[in-house]
Design a protein around this ligand. Structure first.
Ligand SMILES: Cc1cc2nc3c(=O)[nH]c(=O)nc-3n(C[C@H](O)[C@H](O)[C@H](O)COP(=O)(O)OP(=O)(O)OC[C@H]3O[C@@H](n4cnc5c(N)ncnc54)[C@H](O)[C@@H]3O)c2cc1C
Length: 495
């Protein structure tokens, strides 16, 4: 669908928004607009002050669902592109403003925790509540959401739901899609839809999934209700194993999950990835990390079951205290982001990731295919300082592969994306699709995996395209995200 084109000028848009809301809700500061035109996909150019794309007309700070509704209705009437945002930790270009005079609709001031319901085990929060704050509040009450993405200190509830995020404890608690009970969302015409909180229903298709993972391309999520669980840190068990082969670690994870155990964390790191995460004990080996939790008896039984499985896989055990310490320092707050910026500027060095998923039987081939293709065909392979992968989220049928690549940049900053990031990302995505996997496990399609959206969905793509046509007929919602700008709105089912 082609992006909308407004007939209003930039100054008219700002003037009308100021009338619609209050002046202090409409930001037009040049630097803030520049920074709002990109996300972490362009973290290297941004740190050099390079912003080449269209700059938004204004950032709107929504303070109520009604603010969101009126802003969207105005944008829809005048065909103005809208990019919703909350925590701004997006990594795939979802926050990029590719259309002139976009409105960036910021939900971070919708930041109230509305209700903690300890009987029905759910919590309701506005979209701008940072997950860390929610977790801190819940843990005081002996509860947890069970959601723990690495970006937990910064990411906020709206974005976490809008991207189908997943956390480190996913093997036990699932991804965000398993946690959302109900939500409130506002559509392009300003309509406010509330999906009620019930434990399950069979009242037609599950409409929560129109909002979950929509990446701001269908609606703005203003409020979310998620499940809560008992927080039982006293029964945590940590285990670590050193292995010679990545494939043996993957097989260990497969057996843990398919034999019926539900540790909260089960991961395997390739030797290259392990060397950077566990430099003080990895000894050039692959590392498996498992955390078991829950009621004491369940946690103990899970820990014993994992030990039994690894008893038949040659390994060297790791001191559990080392795994516990590593785990305690895994999350990324503003301090690590600032340190990363300093390194990018001082050393011209950075790291990126691309995460895909595949059924168990395809994991070894996908891993080998990506590593071989990058090493042998990537023209700037000599600049790679690290290339590895880990599997961090496992299911009954398969797992994810999270490829990690660090490189030293030996071209001018502006060309970093096309010389390094895009070709590396493309190799991983293409190999995942070629072998029957999914091109994206949890970061969302954003704007940089849209060249493969049609291939990802195949004959089911018309079902996805129909959502865009139905819920955003004027094409004002986050143009270029999920849906390629030049794709037909409702392509035929032939492929
Ligand atoms: C250091 C780091 C670690 C990360 N670790 C993880 C991880 O472990 N697991 C994981 O899943 N992801 C991870 N991510 C990616 C990112 O944190 C997630 O995608 C997160 O869910 C984004 O939330 P946010 O509030 O920052 O959203 P934003 O960055 O503000 O937005 C993300 C996308 O959602 C849309 N959006 C935002 N708010 C709304 C809303 N209210 N309604 C509709 N659309 C909206 C935006 O338009 C954009 O397309 C990581 C990122 C970083 C930088």
């Amino acid at each position: 669908m082609l992006p909308s084109r407004s007939s209003l000028s930039r100054s008219q848009i700002v003037e009308r928004l100021t009338e619609l809301l209050t002046a202090d809700q409409v930001i037009t500061d040049k630097q803030q607009l520049l920074e709002a035109s990109v996300d972490r996909f362009r973290k290297y150019t941004a740190v050099h002050g390079i912003y080449d794309g269209p700059i938004p007309a204004a950032i709107v700070l929504a303070r109520s669902t009604d603010d969101v509704s009126r802003t969207l209705a105005f944008a829809n009437e005048h065909l103005i592109n809208v990019v919703p945002r909350t925590g701004r930790t997006a990594t795939e270009g979802g926050l990029e403003t590719i259309v002139e005079d976009t409105i960036v609709l910021d939900g971070s001031q919708l930041d109230r925790i509305l209700d903690v319901d300890e009987t029905n085990m759910m919590v309701t929060a506005q979209c701008g509540v940072p997950l860390q704050r929610l977790e801190d509040e819940l843990r005081v009450r002996g509860l947890t959401t069970g959601h723990s993405p690495q970006s937990k200190p910064i990411a906020q509830m709206g974005g976490l739901v809008a991207t189908r995020s997943i956390g480190q404890f996913s093997t036990l608690y699932g991804g965000i899609e398993d946690m959302v009970v109900g939500l409130e969302a506002v559509f392009a015409d300003g309509h406010v839809a509330r999906i009620k909180n019930v434990p399950r229903r069979a009242a037609g298709p599950d409409i929560r999934h129109i909002a979950i993972g929509n990446e701001g391309a269908l609606c703005v999520i203003t409020e979310v209700t998620v499940k809560v669980f008992k927080y039982q840190p006293e029964s945590l068990h940590f285990q670590g194993f050193l292995l010679d082969e990545f494939a043996a670690g993957v097989e260990g994870l497969r057996r843990i999950v398919t034999e019926g155990y539900k540790p909260s964390v089960c991961r395997v790191y390739s030797e290259e990835d392990a060397a950077q995460h566990f430099s003080h004990f990895a000894q050039g080996k692959c590392v498996v990390v498992v955390v078991s939790e829950g009621p004491a008896g369940v946690a103990r039984a899970t820990d014993d079951g994992v030990a039994e499985i690894f008893a038949s896989i040659p390994h060297t055990p790791v001191d559990p205290a080392l795994i516990a310490t590593w785990f305690g320092n895994l999350n990324w707050g503003q301090d690590k982001i600032d340190a990363e910026k300093a390194t990018m500027l001082a050393e011209g060095h950075l790291g990126y990731t691309t995460e895909v998923s595949i059924n168990w039987s395809g994991v070894p081939e996908l891993y080998d295919a990506v590593m071989t293709r990058i090493r042998t065909t990537f023209p700037r392979a000599d600049d790679l300082t690290m290339l590895g992968a880990h599997s961090s989220h496992s299911y009954q049928t398969g797992t994810n592969l999270y490829f990690v690549y660090d490189y030293k940049i030996s071209c001018e900053p502006r060309r970093e994306i096309t010389e390094y990031h895009e070709p590396l990302n493309a190799i991983i995505v293409e190999e995942a699709l070629r072998l029957g996997g999914s091109m994206v496990h949890h970061h969302g399609i954003g704007k940089y995996r849209t060249p493969w959206t049609l291939e990802e969905h195949g004959t089911a793509y018309p079902m996805l395209a129909a959502l865009k046509t139905a819920f955003d007929p004027n094409g004002i919602m986050n143009a270029g995200t999920i849906f390629p700008v030049d794709a037909p709105a409702a392509p035929s089912a032939e492929k």
